[in-house]
Design a protein around this ligand. Sequence first.
Ligand SMILES: [Zn+2]
Length: 553
Amino acid sequence: MPQKMLVTYALPYANGSLHLGHLVGMIQTDIWVRFQKMQPETQCLFICGCDGHGTPIMIQAEKLNISPEKLIDEVKENQERDLKDFWIDLDNYYTTHSKENHTLVETFYERHLKKGNISKHTIKQAYDPEKNMFLPDRYIKGECPRCGAKDQYGDSCEVCGATYAPTELKNPYSTLSGAKPIEKESEHYFFKLQNYTDLLKQWMHKQTLQSQVIHKLDEWFEMGLREWDISRDAPYFGFNIPGESHKYFYVWFDAPMGYMASFVNLQKRRSDLDFDAYWGKESTFDLYQFIGKDIMYFHTLFWPALLQGANFRMPTAVFCHGFLTVDGQKMSKSRGTFIKARTYLNHLNPEYLRYYLATKLNERIEDLDISFEDFMQRVNADLVGKYINIASRSASFIHKYFDNQLSKALLEPELFKTFVDKSASISEKYKNREFSVAIREIMGLADLANQYVDAKKPWASIKDPQNKEEVHAVCTMALNLFRLLTIYLKPVLPDTAKKIEAFLNIPELHFEDRHQPLLDHTIQIFTPLLKRLEKTDIDALKKEALQHAQNNG
Ligand SMILES: [Zn+2]
């Protein structure tokens, strides 16, 4: 029986389009999932969706003069299209603003209420007296209490780097109305996270978490877990708290339940999926959750505690990744390095980004840089110059002299075996999310294959009719090595692999197919599979990114 696993990636927020920052984690997760789906011993599902609640969505919808429902429907559709075009192989993409999620949120709430994990008390918060609403910190600006710089956010100063509480800002104002915030009292609901300290510690030590995550968790445990405010006052876009007409669940309360809601929604198309088998307390299936490092607290403390207390299973592991920088700096609209997924797609092949990210990704929580100069060199040297080159320099002989037919025998079984044996190591790297090492090993094999063709020189040998049989065997050998490389690269380059399957005239490749060489078999005409990346393509991409930035102010 294959091990069943459910994989999730953090739900993108529904107030705008996806950008390259989202794609780092999406692509990381997708490569991992595609690798798993190519193994006979695992059966893997990949689900995600958009996170549709909260003040920013309400404000954004107001600005656009549409309903929040319409906003998130449109954004979801766009996000889904972008993800599909980057070959993200999701089994379902859903939304937290759904009936399924509403039911789940009430279930969680009721179960925790019964267990005495919910408390209520009154707190004071900043309030906008003109907009008549409580203000999240991000909507309050003012002068830095240290250097006096104007228009600084409520937590830190961009000019001098000081950090402080929003109440310390001088001359504070609401960014929504310009009014001076007042303090106002309101009764809030809290989840007693501290009740779960011991269980969370046990969970942390049982799981395969990254060492940096464990370190962070230790810090948080040391500081002591505190109760967590899970309610917001109207006006708010979210789910009402049962029995309250003007209070809502905080977006972060219902967002992670969106993973489950996406699963429940998928069950409508997949009647074979059993909810309890995946989510029940006794589940023996795996649950892997990939996230960005900024939301670690929610996913390694709140979420496992909410699951545990509501009688559901906890995650098998939570995998965090770092942030993206472009050309060594934070993505910036004014430099044209804040690039939306769609802007990229308008100019460059999505697989180039997948490949480039794979050459950089590892299991640690490190920020990752796209330098476009390096990007171009890697894609051209590795993919076009090494990998595809093996096919383009041998396929033409098979067509011209051998009627598209591969030879009957394998010329170099030892070399073939070297490639097959490398699978164990490459698979290990994929499994452990050490993609950059996997790629180095695969490209090492591509070098070997090219050296082989260089040494055999079919273009010279073919001139002597006596060598015809040898050229047939050499080119067949080269295409067999190319096929093995294609298996290993398929999690990263799914579309190219599909085209190669058509060229080789074979069914979908899996890792198990590596053992059997392809011989005495008719292939199709070779057509160029990937084109060189030119500087003009990258310039055009940056130009469009800059135009978007200017148009949006
Ligand atoms: Zn300052």
